[in-house]
Structure formats: C-alpha cells, structure tokens
Design a protein around this ligand. Structure first.
Ligand SMILES: [Zn+2]
Ligand SMILES: [Zn+2]
Length: 447
C-alpha cells in the first residue's frame, strides 16, 4: 500500500465500488483483511518518499558527525515580532523592509499554527531558497523548495494521510489542507508555500520515531533532515546547515548567548562567521594544483554574501585584490577593490588582513580571502566582530563560495583549525591527493 490508502475496508473496496455481484463483495472483504494483516506487519505500509535529484556528498559527510555538535540553543519562549523581522531581513539580506516584514509574519503565522519553532522555519526558508519564493530546484518549488513528487502519493484530494507506528499496528493520521490545492502553482506563492511546508515539517516531527525505526538512516540529529531527504536520510549535513542558519537567526534576533572568545597569547579570538561553530571543509597543508602549492590556511563552509568578521581587534594591513607579482595592491580603496575585474585576480581574490598584537610580543595576522566585497579600508582600526567583508568566490576556479582564513605569525603560518577550535569544528578529508610529491609543508605548529 502507499501512503494515503486507508487500512479500513473502504480502501480496497473503492476499487470495486459499483461492480455487481456478491463474489466481488467477498473479494473486497478478503482484500481488506489482507490489507489489515499487512498493517500489523513490521514493514511500513507506504513506499519510501524521496526528493528527486538530491545527491549525497561523501567528502562533506566525513567532515563532521552528529556527535561533534553541542546541543542546539533554545528559541526564546515569547517572540518579539520586531526583532524577528529584523533578524529574518538580515539573514535573507532583504532589499526592502516591507518585503522582510511580510515574509517574517508569514513564517511566524504558519510556524505557530503547527506549533513549530519559527527560527527553524526561517532557517529552512533561507537555506533552501535563499528566501526567494520563485525558486525551483531539486524537484522543489518556492520558499522552502517543497517537492510535490515526494508527497503526491499521500494526497486524497486536499487531505494528506500518513502513518505512525502504534505498538504493533499502524495508525493513520490525516492533515486537512482546505485552503489551497497542493502543486507547483501554489508552492510558488509565499503564503501557500509556508502553509504546506510548516504542516509537512510538523508531520515529519510527528512521524519521526516511526520513519527512523522503519527505514535505513545515517545518524542524524533532527527531523528537519526528512524534509530534505524524505523517509531515508542519507547525510546529516543538510540539517547541519539548516541548524547553522537557525543559530545565525537567533544571533541576529539577540537571543543566542554570546560565545566566549578563545584566549590565545593574550588575545581574545572570536569567530570569523556568525552562528558558530562553523565547519572546516579543507585543512592547512592540503595540496593545491596537484601538489604544486600547499593550502596556506583553512576553508570554512559558508554562504555567498554572508558577513565575515574580524576575529580580534587590530589594524587593517591589507585591503584589496590579490595581484600576483605586484606590491602596491594594498593601496586600493574599497570602491576600487569591489569593482575590480575578477578575471585578473590571483588565488586569494579580494581579501583583507588584520594585524593583532599579542601580549607576548610579535604579531598575529589574520587574512580573509575570496571575499565578494571588502568593507574596511587599508589602515583602519577594527574591533573584534567588526564586519570586514562578505563571503564570495573571487580568485577561485571551481569551488563553491567559502571563506578562506589564514593566520600568520613571525615564525610562519599557524593552523586556524587549531587556534580557533571551538569556533571552527570538523576534520576535513583530503580527497584529491597530489599526483606529484607535495612541496614541504608550510605548516608551523602553533606555539
Ligand atoms: Zn530521522
Ligand atoms: Zn582555501
């Protein structure tokens, strides 16, 4: 049986309704009994739902495991609409306050109607569609990329049926979607998309223990994984990203407890990205260009356009463009840097370096590369947490947007994954081993 078919006699009887003859009625009852018998079977009475086209990145899955994460922070017990609107606008980088308010109100309305965390629904909106209600991708439509194909078999008209395990039996529950018809047209509108998405999220929450015990899963922390994958979760990384966006949203709202800075040689180091901890995707010393050069810092998973922050107070000693072989590039203004043609850039792209002064003398320089925009000029002083630019992919050939961060001291390069451990988590795997012998490692152990 598939989701949505009932386990009562009316289900199979619908097939033969209207057909004459006692023997057909007898057949119908036999079928119903067979169906009921199947219901107490250990096998779930529906075929696994899955999102079309979603693929699993083995390398990303190896970086971090569910047990590496601390428990996720609680949402505030009472929601302040002004603060929530501002937080959603900041996450979504909304162009107009009116649009931000409308979207935030819809998120809260539909989250509350389903007793869901609005910060979770807001994070899902950002992660799946970047807050665009006309988005179409991975078989999904609209603000939450809800895929009609994944849910189709559960619909009977406007109601959706699903099963939860009830002892040794299966009990059917239904959601009545009276307001809209389910399909791409309604999913491409914000109100109706969130109407369906919030109810389906609540459905996955209700059905979570059932699907986890009925289908093969990789370890994961949250029912939001099933919104992305369907019945079988094949990687926990999708939920990691939604939950990171949720922490960002809580931070912008003002209810995420301040992270303790990391003490290092008299400095107090903060996180370079919001919603920390953030995941390291490539380590220091990893081969680049088939081993011709070694990676001078670490890459941190991040989204195009998100804010990059100074990890400690200091002086901006570089703000400009990586121009191989030229020395005067730090003289660029912010405007010149941000409008510079990216085709002429070296590996670092647009970047900023900040020099910090440890109490034991010497220096520590932090550099932030591949920025889409820089926000501070050469020679300026910055405080810890100040915005210094936004995440981009300048200077890159193939990679997705990410932040590259380097830490340099008088005795060479330090490993940011070590010095910023806690703000950064994860153990990246070098998946593209060098064909030639790698050059001497640039890594100098952190003191
Ligand atoms: Zn699960
Ligand atoms: Zn890098």
């Amino acid at each position: 049986m598939e989701a949505g078919e009932t386990l009562t006699a009316s289900g199979p009887c619908r097939i033969v309704r209207g057909m004459p003859g006692k023997w057909l009625r007898a057949l119908c009852i036999a079928l119903a009994l067979a169906c009921l018998a199947a219901g107490v079977d250990d096998k779930p009475p529906w075929r696994a739902r899955r999102r079309p086209d979603v693929t699993h990145n083995q390398h990303a899955a190896e970086r971090v495991k569910p047990e590496d994460w601390a428990p996720e922070p609680e949402s505030p017990p009472v929601l302040d609409m002004e603060l929530f609107t501002r937080a959603v606008a900041k996450l979504c980088v909304d162009p107009t306050p009116a649009r931000a308010r409308e979207r935030a109100e819809l998120i809260v309305k539909h989250a509350h109607a389903n007793k869901l965390d609005p910060f979770l629904l807001g994070a899902l909106v950002y992660r799946t569609s970047r807050c665009r209600s006309d988005k179409e991708e991975l078989g999904g439509f609209g603000l939450t990329l809800l895929p009609p194909a994944m849910y189709q078999t559960g619909f009977r008209g406007r109601s959706y049926a699903y099963f939860v395990r009830d002892g040794s039996a299966w009990s059917e529950r239904t959601i009545d979607f009276g307001r809209f018809a389910f399909g791409p047209g309604t999913l491409l509108r914000a109100d109706s998309n969130l109407y369906f998405a919030a109810a389906m999220l609540a459905m996955w929450r209700d059905q979570h223990a059932t699907v986890d015990s009925s289908f093969e899963q990789v370890p994961h922390r949250h029912f939001i994984s099933h919104f992305i994958w369907g019945d079988k979760v094949k990687s926990a990384r999708a939920e990691d990203r939604v939950l990171t966006d949720r922490r960002r949203l809580l931070e912008y709202y003002g209810s995420l407890p301040a992270r303790s800075p990391l003490l290092y040689r008299g400095l107090s180091l903060g996180a370079p990205l919001d919603g920390a901890p953030r995941v390291v995707s490539s380590g220091i010393g990893f081969a680049r260009e088939d081993g011709v050069r070694a990676h001078r810092g670490v890459d941190v998973e991040s989204e195009f356009g998100e804010p990059v922050r100074a990890i400690e107070a200091g002086l901006v000693t570089f703000s400009g463009v990586d121009l191989p072989g030229q020395r005067n590039h730090e003289q660029f203004s912010i405007g010149e840097t941000n409008s510079y043609d990216r085709k002429g850039m070296g590996h670092g792209g647009r970047y900023v370096c900040v020099q910090h002064t440890p109490s034991d003398g010497g220096f520590l320089r932090s550099c932030y590369m591949h920025l889409e925009t820089v926000a501070v000029p050469y020679g300026n002083k910055v405080k810890r947490g100040d915005l210094i630019g936004t995440v981009g992919r300048t200077g890159m050939l193939r990679s997705a947007p990410h932040l590259h961060i380097e830490l340099l001291g008088p005795d060479g390069l330090y490993d940011p994954a070590e010095i910023l451990r806690g703000h950064l988590i994860g153990t990246p795997i070098e998946f593209d081993p060098p064909k030639k012998r790698r050059h001497k490692r640039l890594v100098v152990a952190a003191p």
